[in-house]
Design a protein around this ligand. Structure first.
Ligand code: UD1
Length: 420
């Protein structure tokens, strides 16, 4: 069990390099199920979610070789996963479904887990597979799909990131043309399309609401470097803006972060794109209004870190969460630090500028956990952040280490589960 001891911090300054994006790497790893040739992913971040997916893919018969931060995966004869416990640990495990179905004509997966931030059904994934010709059979706790796929037309009722990825993965190895309407436009979708194109699929419209995939009977291996993590970058920027910060982020793609950068500037900080990287200076002071939306709108994954920043802004900030119905769990813990937050359904009103005092809080989910680490930087004295489920390490490689390299004082302790 991880426990973080966080001391108050008035200034963050220095430089950090941003890791590759968790949400890009996970679907890319699943693309290895589409070919018997090696798929090499470079600069893969050291995350628990990556390790869990490695175990799931190994269970599916994928061979995996890791050399430093490069991961090479190839699958001679993939099969459906047999250990349901592994799948229940992460939502992205459902992304083995599309490629397995396209490659073998059969996929059986248990229903996925992940952060408890909402109901998170997979109806849109299944709708996509049905449109490609699969027969879907739902049983309690799992779903079985079978059939030889062909190209098809899919309209997504919501531009789901995971459903778009699952359909892309399946369609890439399916003879014929598939069209996805109201597809997700996230940068991670474009990255997956880039990789699938290198593997031989012909894809147009990536990054727009209409993606057209001309699938192939056979795909090849390739080498691919995933895009940088816009959420890790955004989390560090929020931390910097909570202090009298001057932080340079290396290796980011500012064009992937426009909505967040605009909101940060509305708080009063300065953001500059320089040849060396993205620089943020100053402390945020003005309150903000945030409405989470599908890309290119403000990312739901940044709502919690932005709320940590709002604790330091003068006046009332308003958050409207439109993507997930249960994504304010961190607010309850922030209140324990002395924050003034009122929640009404999907709206949170944060009256910032109050003095916060360190106490013991618990990590609620991945981004909420990171946000509580940031809130600890703002609180007087010491904040003890308990993370019994290891949420933060699921999606951030060395977040405390990155913040400490900028001047924060965060100590990480590992204790045995159940120890006090
Ligand atoms: C991905 C990201 C996650 C991010 C989210 C939204 C990964 C590994 N995770 O999650 O970090 O917060 O996008 O940007 O990339 N929905 C349905 N039916 C479906 C699928 C989704 O109703 O079949 C709903 C969900 O319950 C949710 C909304 O659509 O309310 C968005 O979900 P989706 O875009 O699919 O998110 P994920 O792919 O799970």
């Amino acid at each position: 069990m991880a426990t973080y001891r966080i001391r108050h911090c008035e200034q963050l300054s220095g430089e950090v390099s941003i890791h590759a994006a968790k949400n890009a790497v996970l679907p890319l790893m699943c693309a290895s199920l589409l070919t018997r040739e090696p798929l090499t992913l470079e600069k893969v971040p050291a995350l628990t979610d990556v390790r869990t997916l490695t175990d799931i893919l190994a269970d599916c018969g994928v061979s995996i070789h890791q050399e430093q931060d490069s991961l090479t995966l190839w699958s001679e004869e993939p099969t459906s996963p047999s250990v349901p416990d592994l799948l229940s640990r992460m939502r992205a495990s459902v992304l083995v479904m599309g490629p397995l179905l396209a490659r073998t004509g059969y996929a059986r997966v248990s229903l996925p887990g992940g952060c408890a931030i909402g109901q998170r059904p997979i109806d849109l994934h299944l709708k996509g597979m049905e449109a490609l010709g699969a027969q879907v059979q739902l049983t309690p706790g799992s779903v079985t799909l079978q059939g030889k796929l062909r190209g098809g037309n899919v309209y997504l009722d919501f531009p789901s990131v995971g459903a778009t990825e699952n359909i892309l993965l399946a369609a890439a190895l399916t003879d014929g043309v598939t069209r996805i309407d109201n597809a997700a436009k996230e940068p991670e979708i474009i990255d997956l399309c880039d990789c699938l194109s290198k593997m031989g699929a012909r894809i147009s419209g990536a990054g727009t609401g209409a993606i057209i995939i001309r699938g192939q009977k056979l795909l090849h291996g390739c080498t691919h470097r995933p895009i940088p993590d816009r959420i890790e970058a955004g989390t560090i920027l929020c931390a910097s803006a909570m202090t009298e910060g001057s932080v340079l982020l290396r290796g980011v793609r500012p064009e992937h972060m426009r909505a967040l950068l605009f909101k940060l500037m509305e708080t009063g900080v300065k953001v500059r794109e320089t040849p060396a990287g993205l620089r943020l200076t100053g402390r945020g002071s003005q309150p903000i209004q945030v409405r989470t939306l599908a890309y290119p709108g403000f990312p739901t994954d940044m709502q919690a870190p932005m709320m940590a920043l709002a604790l330091r802004l003068r006046g009332t900030s308003i958050f409207l969460e439109t993507i997930f119905e249960n994504r304010f769990m961190h607010a309850r813990e922030m209140v324990r630090l002395g924050a003034d937050i009122r929640i009404e359904d999907r709206i949170a009103l944060v009256s910032g500028g109050r003095m916060l005092s360190g106490t013991t809080v618990s990590s609620t989910d991945l981004r909420g956990g990171a946000a509580l680490m940031l809130a600890g930087l703002a609180a007087e004295g010491e904040t003890v952040l308990r993370d019994p489920h290891g949420h933060i390490a699921r999606g951030y490689e060395r977040l405390p280490g990155m913040l400490c390299s900028l001047g924060a004082d965060i100590r990480q302790e590992e204790t045995a589960p159940g120890a006090v």
